[in-house]
Design a protein around this ligand. Structure first.
Ligand SMILES: Nc1ncnc2c1ncn2[C@@H]1O[C@H](COP(=O)(O)OP(=O)(O)O)[C@@H](O)[C@H]1O
Ligand SMILES: [Mg+2]
Length: 316
């Protein structure tokens, strides 16, 4: 097959995307497909029209590539593509909307409050901070509604630290959430075609504990897969991850981030297009399940998304 691999993009995770794409292209060659690397930009539609690929592998992360934008274009062009569809991508990229869906489905996610910049500027939202702080307690986690790789995720240990953390989060997105801090094991559960893979645990260095961005630097966090958990906890988090994936409408593959605290697991977010680099968690989980990277790419390619059938027809 001729497989277009979409890479780069304008999000802050551009470099991660290039690394994911390079690895996917190597795997495609190993599988005897023909990869066509496409750096996404203004000529994306033209490139896709002239290349006429059989399928499109989306190796983009963050807003633009992972939020349904590119997926929508591919549906307009009637090109099958990998990973979740438009609606699931849009939902997963929006942590606030995703948390509302989770809560409605009774999936555990940390309590939160959300704002947009307009509420702050024009409606006096800052005056509610006291109530929020009282309800959620300290430490408080403050993060932009979109983004990934811990960008803009801040931690406030007291009331004094909240304004600065909010400003930092607002520099990434005009909507932010304040979330209850959950103490526990940080886990990632990759789901491949509805099947939860072995659990990965992230163990940060002590000094990085509250510096979520620093943890992403290579070597600063240790990853263990399969995570050292009791069997019942493993099943519990895998089952929760699979239900969350389904609730948010994911298909193909995705990765669910959660924290296993004393009161059970809490889902933080779902990544619709998780990293596929040689240090990424999704390939690590697949490897632990006996699926090497080329097989993983083959599995992802096996069930591409296609444009949904036209509007439902009304009964006669
Ligand atoms: N409510 C929380 N309690 C404790 N740690 C959190 C919480 N929210 C986020 N974190 C930490 O920040 C990291 C990134 O947060 P996450 O919600 O997964 O956003 P991102 O899209 O940036 O990955 C998590 O992996 C975790 O280490
Ligand atoms: Mg995350």
């Amino acid at each position: 097959m001729r497989v277009a691999v979409l890479r780069g993009g304008s999000s802050l995770e551009h470099v991660v995307s290039l690394r994911s794409a390079a690895r996917v292209e190597d795997a495609l060659r190993e599988l005897e497909h023909e990869p066509i690397g496409i750096d996404v930009g203004r000529d994306l539609v033209q490139r896709l029209r002239s290349e006429c690929p059989d399928v499109v592998f989306i190796a983009l992360h963050g807003p633009g590539g992972e939020d349904g934008t590119v997926q929508e274009l591919l549906e307009i062009l009637d090109l099958p593509y990998t990973g979740p569809g438009v609606a699931a991508c849009a939902l997963c990229m929006d942590k606030i909307a995703a948390k509302h869906e989770m809560r409605a489905a009774e999936l555990p996610t940390p309590d939160w409050a959300a704002f947009n910049a307009t509420a702050f500027r024009e409606l006096g939202a800052a005056d509610t901070l006291e109530e929020i702080e009282e309800r959620l307690g300290f430490p408080l986690v403050i993060k932009p509604a979109s983004q990934g790789s811990s960008l803009g995720v801040e931690f406030a240990s007291s009331r004094d630290a909240v304004p600065e953390a909010l400003v930092a989060a607002f520099s990434y997105d005009d909507r932010v959430l304040l979330e209850r801090y959950v103490k526990g094991k940080e886990l990632a559960v990759s789901v491949l075609a509805d099947q939860a893979l072995p659990v990965v645990e992230a163990i940060p260095r002590e000094e990085d504990f509250f510096n979520f961005e620093a943890r992403y630097e290579i070597g600063r966090t240790e990853y263990v897969c399969p995570a050292d958990l009791a069997d019942e906890d493993t099943h519990l988090v895998q089952e929760l991850a699979a239900r969350t994936y389904e609730t948010l409408g994911c298909t193909g593959f995705a990765r669910v981030d959660l924290i296993l605290g004393d009161d059970g697991p809490q889902v933080l977010e779902v990544n619709a297009i998780p990293g596929l680099t040689d240090t990424s968690l999704f390939p690590m989980a697949a490897e632990a399940a006996g699926i090497d990277f080329a097989q993983l790419v083959a599995r992802i390619l096996a069930t591409p998304q296609t444009r949904p059938a036209n509007e439902a027809t009304l009964p006669a």
